[in-house]
Design a protein around this ligand. Structure first.
Ligand code: SF4
Ligand code: SF4
Length: 347
């Protein structure tokens, strides 16, 4: 079989692979699947065909739309702007509560020309839309379309270096993949955490240490980071967990990293009732007591903790409603109008 990269109508041969005797190791994410000919990886997007590891997700677009950046959620990154948001198919985690299961629990449709969007065409769409300030890879796990994302980042920086980019991710990519994304201009990451070590192993088939390693690397490389915890009953709703995560962020990274506690709703195979607001509010109090400056409550319409408050005087500096930007009261230096405290925001 002759395979060129990239192809509209055939599988894409990934560079993230290593031959191991008669098998191929995938180097895209921390699972590191070692696959024989004809076998598909855990994520259901990569298969060994005639001794080559191919991806079915290159340019294989499941969904594209223009979204407020606050929906990612990114509250401290270009507030009030819109990102062209794109997703592909499937996920490398097996979370039974997945809220996007219609995209993540199905593999890509192989060789489906209808879904193909080239990186150049995507960048044209972004550049020609005056409302779009950049691209966000989201909806499913974006690591699974990393080769495409890197080509998009390359085209984006050529078209207009002011356009931003983001990954809304479970943070399980390999170190090599994360470094390549960063070196090609990735500007932000929203990383979602899925409960403590045991829960992550049992429910997501994943090791939380790797996620924190990637957060550390992104932090060191100055990528704008926001962290999300979906507060799931019995999985990620204990005081111990809230304390552990918030202390870890303050100690190892920065008190200025925004932390979002999002309400869970029953979805896919998980049927416990939605998160009680009192649990989210308790989580927020714990995280702030541990020193985090910007802690939010998400997925609850009209909650006061959608707003950004000045950590020094508690004045509202950015007002939001339903995860949408309403108004900023800061001056051009991002200072609080009341006490002039400098708010940590990228404009
Ligand atoms: S991306 Fe991850 S889950 Fe998928 S084949 Fe590669 S190593 Fe396995
Ligand atoms: S990591 Fe996110 S997208 Fe993937 S299965 Fe879990 S909740 Fe769904």
């Amino acid at each position: 079989m002759t395979v060129d990269n990239p192809l509209e109508n055939q599988p894409y041969v990934t560079q993230y692979s290593k031959k191991m005797n008669n098998k191929i190791k995938c180097l895209v994410c921390r699972h590191g699947c070692i696959l024989a000919d004809g076998k598909m990886g855990i994520c259901n997007t990569r298969e060994v065909i005639n001794g080559e590891l191919v991806s079915y997700n290159y340019g294989n677009v499941s969904s594209i739309s223009l979204n407020p950046i606050e929906k990612k959620p990114l509250y401290h990154f270009h507030p009030g702007s819109y990102a062209t948001t794109i997703g592909s198919w499937s996920c490398n985690f097996s979370c039974p509560w997945c809220q996007n299961y219609s995209l993540t629990k199905v593999g890509p449709k192989k060789y489906d020309e209808k879904h193909f969007l080239s990186p150049e065409n995507l960048v044209d769409i972004i550049s020609q839309n005056s409302k779009s300030s950049g691209v966000s890879f989201s909806f499913n796990e974006p690591t699974l379309m990393v080769e495409y994302a890197i080509d998009v980042l390359k085209s984006l920086s050529k078209a207009n270096p002011k356009l931003y980019s983001g990954f809304v991710t479970n943070g399980y990519m390999s170190e090599e993949v994360l470094k390549d994304l960063i070196n090609n201009g990735l500007s932000s990451m929203t990383v979602s955490l899925k409960g403590g070590k045991e829960n992550m192993k049992m429910n997501c088939n994943a090791n939380s240490d790797y996620v924190f390693e990637n957060i550390a690397l992104a932090f060191e490389k100055d990528i704008h980071l926001e962290i999300v915890i979906l507060v799931i009953p019995t999985i990620s709703d204990s005081d111990e967990y809230f304390n552990k995560v918030s202390q870890k962020i303050v100690k190892n990274f920065s008190p200025d990293i925004p932390l979002h506690f999002n309400a869970y709703y029953p979805a896919h195979k998980f049927h416990l009732p939605r998160t009680d607001i009192s649990v989210l509010e308790k989580a927020r109090i714990i995280a702030m007591k541990n020193g985090l400056n910007y802690v939010y409550i998400g997925n609850i319409l009209g909650h006061q903790a959608l707003n950004t408050y000045c950590p020094n005087c508690q004045e509202i500096v950015i007002a939001r409603s339903q995860s949408r930007f309403i108004d900023s009261k800061m001056n051009e230096k991002n200072e609080c109008p009341k006490c002039s405290y400098k708010i940590s925001i990228i404009n």
